[in-house]
Design a protein around this ligand. Structure first.
Ligand code: CTP
Length: 130
């Protein structure tokens, strides 16, 4: 089974590791779409701390991850699932229900987020403590 998931994965933290580990356990091959710098800028009005090449290299270095690619648009999930021949789409529970329309081409599984950690919270913590 081929599993696909998506995210920014900026300032890698334990919540990222947990979701990648659990996604990998659902199949044999884990493919990760790392969102591009431009996509993040369009969505949030600022760039990630680490650029897309570094974020892709960091995610690729995780033992649970087999392939990475650049996610250039949030609206292309269907195309990416077909291109990478994914059987299962994994998303964090913050997206619960949002990708059910893709269940005609793959299984859609939402995994619970790790509590009390996020890239945004980490940035605030660093800002407040330095
Ligand atoms: N994720 C998770 N648990 C967390 C944080 C993230 O399971 N505590 C998951 C998300 O649900 C997503 C993937 O990790 O499937 C990548 O999330 P990303 O948006 O890169 O991480 P966040 O830390 O949520 O980033 P931000 O605070 O900038 O939204």
């Amino acid at each position: 089974m081929r599993v696909i998931t998506f995210g920014t994965f900026d300032l890698l933290h334990i919540g990222h590791v947990n979701i990648l580990k659990r996604a990998k356990e659902l199949g044999d091959t884990l493919i990760v779409g790392v969102s591009s710098d431009a996509l993040n800028y369009r969505k949030k009005g600022r760039y990630p701390v680490y650029n897309q090449n570094d974020r892709m290299a960091i995610v690729k270095a995780i033992r649970y991850v087999d392939e990475v690619f650049l996610e250039e648009s949030l609206e292309l999930k269907r195309e990416y699932i077909l291109k990478y021949k994914a059987d299962i789409l994994v998303m964090g529970s913050d997206w619960e229900g949002k990708f059910d329309h893709l269940s005609d081409i793959c299984r859609v599984i939402y995994l619970p987020r790790t509590e009390n950690i996020s890239t945004s919270a980490t940035k605030i913590k660093i800002k407040d403590h330095l």
